[in-house]
Design a protein around this ligand. Structure first.
Ligand code: CDP
Ligand code: MG
Length: 737
């Protein structure tokens, strides 16, 4: 490649609303609503007036009384310079000015909707304000996040600000990982975890405040939580009117406060859902951001991002670069190519420090993102949309926006059933504006969009709530456990009829619901596991086949957030050679089991470095194995609670294991066709076995698979062959129930 750089002229300057005017910098309203970009979407003048008024009232309170607590704390804790630095940062956050006013509002209103620019301090400060002002005396403060990394890294930050070890008064709880104790007062948790807690504590009585953060993302679990909170509020506060300000409670012993926090201006809908809850607005600090659009569409956004990065790196003054990419694979591939070119830069040039950031990273793995950038170094942060609003990264001056994200979508089939897919797609206008805004947190910034201005205009305004486009089986099962139903629950948006129907069919096929849609004993046991229904069903089935030990191994690996097998198209032959010894004739599931058993053997004799080297040699992702070990530990605890013998083993036999999995993957069975392709047995789709599968060029009459992936055709991944007799028996079993 001759020059990796774009001509600068290929970006044309946009007439952009991110060029924030002086007026908006004063913080009356954030740029998206002032600017012309979202003209027409910000349709509610009453809302605008209301927000302006509220803003004024908050501005009026800018006395610093509220911050003193924090300052006193500093002098009380001896010579902790890092801590006093953090306290100084805390007091300088935009939200600190409105602290007293906010606390007063929270005191007077049981339900509030809090809006504010990303980075203003909502997520880290509001829980601390509540704690420090004694507004949460009767219970814990829950702060929910749609993403695991956000929950863990925010908890770490707030623990540092409070100068306490993580897991003491400040903790977190995410699937398969928890740092909490009896001391914990503020608990950052995923929305999935709190919905799960509803099963054992339907009134969430441990919590005196529930803060629903990133509510604008409208994740499935957030929507379910909000719907439940409305019920819980009525029961705990004994009033149906959320404006009841604490008066006239039937049982005021354990009242609940609800705070909905959101980055965008879509507050009215949340407020209305809670019968006109108070809307508060925190002014942010947004500096002007210049936007450049690509003059033509980019075929390869990873390559374009790389070239744009080096264009910035060679031409522009110091300042970190944040690149938005859809997912982990693109992040890893861009990381490699940037590193390659960066190594060839002249010695006297500023060096490049690459920091990847995505949802499936282990906690703590991304800490270098938050460390100050060393002198003469440019940080290059490669992130998914996690950096859009959930996490604010300091020091960013340049944003490169590929315009892509990954979105989960449920493809319902008219035959019933269906499946979730993760598709790379164009972002929405509100995402694009959020992404650009990341460049203007600390000073004037620049945003390079790798798409044209026309494409921007073609984008949809904001994302569809997840409940409208995702598989609902797991959630429906949880709701059934607490005697609820998707149809009867008052949701902000009701999911599509066909997706509700298909989740009923899935749960029926798994034996979790009976014909009258009632939850069965099997269904209750399944719901006790923090697993996808397909895998919890396999664990339950393993009881009868006496192979729980093996099934737990496989299911733990399949539930880990990173993939076990490292794929490398360049070294395909080396990969297949290295993995040969694990390969099992029945397919990918027993192959996984072989890997785990081999790893366990190695772990007995090798130290950490030896284990790592062994994984590297076999193209295995050790992180997946370590994560699976943790997951397995948790699943064993659940087994014990349910009286399932987690040590039951079938030794070398593969059939019991495959049959157990078959009960879970009941919807994922396909039959060989005369032309060599496969056809779903509970659906109409024609599929092929993915090239990465051990069964790729075998002809097995019946297969089960973990998932389908789309490229130019439909591929089944994670495939094992299963006996025809299983299919016959399975069909008969379902007929009877
Ligand atoms: O929630 P909101 O977007 O309003 O802000 P926040 O997440 O509370 O962040 C407030 C400030 O804390 C930001 O300036 C972040 O840069 C900083 N922060 C940090 O330095 N490290 C973290 N792990 C989290 C936040
Ligand atoms: Mg936040």
């Amino acid at each position: 490649k001759s020059s990796p750089y774009h001509e600068r002229k290929s970006f044309k300057r946009a007439r952009s609303s991110m060029d924030t005017t002086d007026e908006s910098r004063k913080g009356i309203l954030p740029s998206p609503s002032n600017g012309n970009m979202l003209n027409g979407t910000h349709k509610n003048p009453a809302q605008t007036r209301r927000l302006k008024k509220l803003q004024k009232s908050l501005d009026g309170y800018s006395g610093s009384n509220g911050i003193e607590d924090g300052d006193r704390r500093v002098s009380a804790s001896p010579a902790s310079t890092k801590h006093s630095l953090l306290q100084e940062q805390r007091s300088k956050l935009p939200i600190a000015l409105g602290r007293e006013a906010l606390v007063q509002e929270f005191r007077e209103n049981d339900v509030t909707v809090l809006l504010g620019e990303t980075g203003s301090g909502k997520t880290t400060q509001v829980p601390q304000y509540l704690l420090e002002s004694g507004l949460a005396r009767n219970g814990m403060i829950a702060v929910t996040q749609p993403r695991k990394v956000a929950a863990t890294s925010l908890a770490a930050r707030v623990a540092a600000e409070q100068n306490v070890p993580l897991g003491s008064s400040i903790g977190y709880s995410v699937r398969f990982d928890e740092r909490c104790s009896s001391e914990t007062r503020i608990k950052y948790m995923t929305d999935g975890m709190i919905v799960r807690e509803l099963m054992s504590d339907p009134l969430l009585s441990k919590y005196s405040v529930v803060i629903v953060d990133e509510a604008h993302e409208r994740s499935l679990r957030t929507d379910l939580l909000i719907a439940n909170l409305k019920n819980i509020f009525q029961q705990r506060n004994g009033i149906s009117d959320v404006k009841g300000k604490g008066k006239g409670r039937a049982d005021g012993s354990n009242p609940l406060k609800i705070i909905i926090m959101s980055a965008t201006i879509d507050a009215e809908k949340f407020s209305q859902f809670f019968s006109g809850a108070r809307i508060l607005y925190v002014k942010g600090r947004q500096h002007p951001v210049k936007i450049y659009h690509s003059s033509h569409g980019q075929v390869d956004y990873v390559d374009a991002a790389m070239r744009t990065f080096f264009q910035i790196h060679t031409d522009s003054p110091a300042g970190d670069v944040l690149i938005f990419l859809p997912g982990q694979e693109d992040i890893e591939s861009l990381e490699k190519s940037i590193q390659l070119y960066a190594n060839q830069l002249p010695q006297d040039r500023m060096s490049v420090l690459i920091c990847p950031m995505y949802a499936s990273q282990a906690s703590g793995q991304n800490s270098k993102v938050f460390n100050p950038t060393p002198f003469n170094v440019r940080k290059c942060i490669l992130a998914t949309n996690i950096a859009e609003t959930s996490i604010t990264i300091p020091g960013v001056k340049y944003v490169i926006d590929t315009g892509k994200c990954k979105e989960k979508r449920f493809l319902a089939r008219n035959t019933g059933g269906g499946f979730d897919t993760l598709l790379t797609k164009d972002i929405t206008q509100s995402s694009a504006i959020q992404r650009a805004g990341r460049a203007g947190r600390e000073g004037a910034g620049h945003c390079f969009r790798l798409y044209t201005e026309e494409s921007f205009k073609m984008m949809t305004l904001s994302a569809e709530p997840e409940i409208m486009r995702c598989s609902l089986a797991a959630s429906l099962l949880q709701l059934k456990c607490i005697g609820q139903d998707l149809e009867s629950l008052e949701l902000m948006d009701q999911p599509a009829e066909e997706s509700m129907k298909s989740s009923l069919i899935v749960l029926f096929l798994l034996g979790a619901l009976d014909r009258s849609k009632e939850i069965t004993d099997v269904g209750r046991e399944m719901a006790a596991f923090p697993l996808e229904p397909v895998y919890s069903r396999a664990v339950i089935a393993s009881k009868e086949y006496g192979c729980t030990y093996q099934v737990l191994d496989i299911v733990s690996v399949l539930s880990a957030s990173s993939k076990l097998f490292v794929e490398s198209s360049e070294q395909r032959d080396a990969v297949s050679e290295a993995r040969k010894k694990f390969r099992h004739s029945s397919g990918d599931h027993i192959t996984i089991l072989n890997v785990i058993m081999a790893y366990r053997d190695i772990a007995k004799s090798e130290n950490k470095n030896g284990r790592r080297e062994w994984c590297r040699r076999h193209f295995l992702n050790e992180r997946a194995l370590l994560e699976a070990t943790d997951i397995r530990e948790q699943l064993m605890q659940t087994c014990r609670r349910l009286g399932i013998n987690d040590q039951a083993s079938c030794g070398d036999m593969d059939e019991p294991v495959i049959h157990s999995l078959g009960h879970g993957l009941a919807m994922n069975i396909a039959l060989l066709q005369p032309d060599g392709s496969y056809k779903q047995s509970f659906g109409q789709s024609i599929l092929k076995i993915h090239p990465s599968s051990t069964l790729c060029d075998k002809k097995s009459p019946v297969i089960i698979y973990d998932e389908l992936v789309y490229t130019n055709q439909i591929y089944a991944r994670g495939v094992s062959r299963i006996s025809k007799s299983f299919l016959v028996n399975f069909g008969a079993l379902r007929q009877h129930s």
